[in-house]
Design a protein around this ligand. Structure first.
Ligand SMILES: N[C@@H](CCC(=O)N[C@@H](CS)C(=O)NCC(=O)O)C(=O)O
Length: 228
């Protein structure tokens, strides 16, 4: 848990601009005051990613020679290694007394984020049905968005007026805001009208860690002018 401020920077995070999964990690590093080097990989697909991770996805971190990929694993590592309640965000990923509930909500937000990424990427890549649909005629992009909306409704029921954890900034709040603010920067989705989620997203949007990691404009999105 302890980290001497005088230690040299050993932690590197690789990301692409906009990536909501990478933003959770970048914002967590800032919230915990962890010295790090943030390396942006250009374009989509992320340039040089195959040399960093077999999954070919950001975020990737390296800390003291340990390379990790997968945002939930990285977040777990950061909370366990550097978590501190001194800043705004909770040091713990889940509350001991509500562990399974909190873990479930984190998983729901991760699924929501993946659904949104898959929907946007499929449409931005211009994917169209080319052959017989042997998956019950389902339009995969539409199903991803329907799944996202179902999860948003469920998350609104789970959230309190003060975020997912009363009196504390939960890691879940950050993850939700990273996903929603990515859509706000790229292409709006029907997430508004859920007052508890709206409050969570507004609160995170105002934080320094989110201001410093905001997506840059990307010409390929309907919002115009960065990438996935
Ligand atoms: N399950 C992974 C998902 C990460 C992910 O989807 N990253 C996207 C950017 S948001 C990516 O790097 N995509 C590269 C690609 O599609 O090849 C995680 O949690 O880290």
């Amino acid at each position: 848990m302890d980290r001497a401020a005088a230690e040299p920077v050993t932690l590197t995070v690789w990301y692409i601009d906009g990536s909501p999964f990478a933003r959770i990690i970048r914002a967590t590093l800032i919230e915990f005051g962890i010295e790090h080097r943030a390396v942006e990989l250009a374009s989509y697909p992320p340039a040089g990613i195959a040399d960093l991770t077999p999954a070919w996805q950001v975020p990737v971190i390296e800390d003291n020679g340990r390379r990790l990929f997968g945002s939930s694993l990285i977040r777990d590592y950061l909370h366990q290694t550097y978590g501190t309640d001194a800043g705004g965000i909770s040091a713990r990923l889940t509350r001991a007394e509500h562990h399974w509930q909190d873990a479930q909500v984190l998983t729901a937000v991760e699924t929501l984020t993946a659904s949104l990424v898959h929907n946007f990427h499929a449409r931005w890549a211009g994917v169209r049905q080319a052959g017989e649909n042997r998956l019950g005629g389902v339009d995969i992009a539409e199903r991803e968005m329907a799944r996202a909306v179902s999860l948003l409704d469920w998350l609104e029921d789970q959230a309190g007026g003060d975020g997912f954890w009363p009196g504390a900034l939960a890691p879940t709040d950050m993850a939700l805001a990273a996903a929603i603010l990515w859509t706000e920067a790229r292409e709006e989705i029907p997430w508004r009208g859920r007052p508890r989620l709206e409050r969570i997203v507004a609160r995170l949007d105002a934080r320094d860690s989110f201001r410093k990691t905001a997506p840059q404009p990307w010409p390929g999105s309907p919002k115009g002018g960065a990438q996935a």
